[in-house]
Design a protein around this ligand. Structure first.
Ligand code: FEO
Length: 161
């Protein structure tokens, strides 16, 4: 792997760690609101992001390059509403998708086929990520401020495996 590619992979490792940190912060926000189901959903999401980070960690090592960990920036801690938090999560996932696409473009530019194949998993994963967060956004828009609606969604999100 070229130095340029390794640097880009290291940067993405950092973004995945930040994603985990962001969703854990959202979990804490929901916990504070007493919405345990929402909090649980975000905790599971935070763990998934950590696993994404580890995939980059292992891949960089396997390619004989060095993992260089950097500072993880602090996430937001407050949102205006559950809908606002999920809208921000969706915005974040779209940003991550654009980064994965850019990494894919770079791997092609560098004729780095191993990286291209590795990144394919993330291209597919991002479709899922955007869809699952988008689904919650749509539901929250439907129920608006109805406490009953929120309660039902909270119960449903609490069942995420
Ligand atoms: Fe690692 Fe949610 O993308």
């Amino acid at each position: 792997m070229t130095e340029k590619m390794a640097k880009a992979m290291n940067d993405q490792l950092n973004e995945e760690l930040f994603s985990s940190y962001l969703y854990l912060s959202m979990a804490a926000y929901f916990e504070n609101l007493g919405l345990r189901g929402f909090a649980h959903w975000m905790e599971v999401q935070a763990k998934e992001e950590l696993e994404h980070a580890m995939k980059f960690y292992r891949f960089i090592n396997e390619r004989g390059c060095r993992v260089l960990l950097k500072e993880v920036r602090a996430p937001e801690t407050d949102w205006n509403s559950p809908l606002h938090a999920f809208e921000e999560a969706l915005k974040h996932e779209k940003y991550i998708t654009s980064r994965i696409n850019e990494l894919m473009r770079l791997s092609r530019e560098e004729n780095d086929y191993a990286s291209e194949i590795f990144l394919q998993w993330f291209v597919t994963e991002q479709v899922e990520e955007e869809a699952s967060v988008g689904e919650v956004v749509d539901k929250l828009k439907l129920v608006k401020d109805s406490p009953n609606g929120l309660f039902i969604i909270d119960r449903e999100l609490g069942m995420r495996k």
